[in-house]
Ligand binder design. Sequence first.
Ligand SMILES: [Zn+2]
Length: 238
Amino acid sequence: MRIGEVTMKEFEKSLKRSKTIIIPFGTVEAHGRHLPLNTDTLIIREVVKKAASIAKVYMAPPIQYGVCTSTGQHPGTIGITASTLRKLTRDIVRDAFDKGLRKFILISGHGGSLHVAAMKEAAETLTQELSGVRIAALSIYEILGKEADAVAETKNDSHAGEIETSLVLHLAPALVKGRSKEEYPKLPKPVVAKDKVRYWPGAVWGDPGKATAEKGEKVFNIMVQSVVSLVKRLDKLK
Ligand SMILES: [Zn+2]
């Protein structure tokens, strides 16, 4: 059920059946020379759409902007700060709670550490403030486990690599423009680099050359099942 597509009456009625909503978090972020800036949002939006229809819970419209640090200077990345993301998350969850929703899955298609930390920090304070609320805050990549790892041939695959490219090949093949070459960031961590592009020119982490639509379909189905199980786990918690 997509929350934007029901009327206020239907919303009121449906609260008797379920008080759970899944909120997808994405980005506008450089994903190599071959994937669209919308990659994270596209993937998580499609996963949540399918999972929400199987689990019969609400899906919120995606939060399209996220915190992007490593790709912050790359062409096309349009990011927001962690404090904005925390505030936005707080406002949305608080208002949805006021309208009767009680269980929240805040799930990101972007695995950036500051981004996911902002979501988790908002979830921590909201859990203390709102009586009876249950919130899970995570990146989808946190709950995939060995089954998904087994699909990728590339070790240490991540941003715009084999898995993300496979997923976009499965979900929206027309948006994949060839393949970027295999690359891994050489950021001088723990030193924070000002010019990230110098250390990571292609914005690829992994080997997109190994991506296929079939692998994308497999990982997509694992992602959907992982989100459905999380809904069930959240439902069992009192
Ligand atoms: Zn991504």
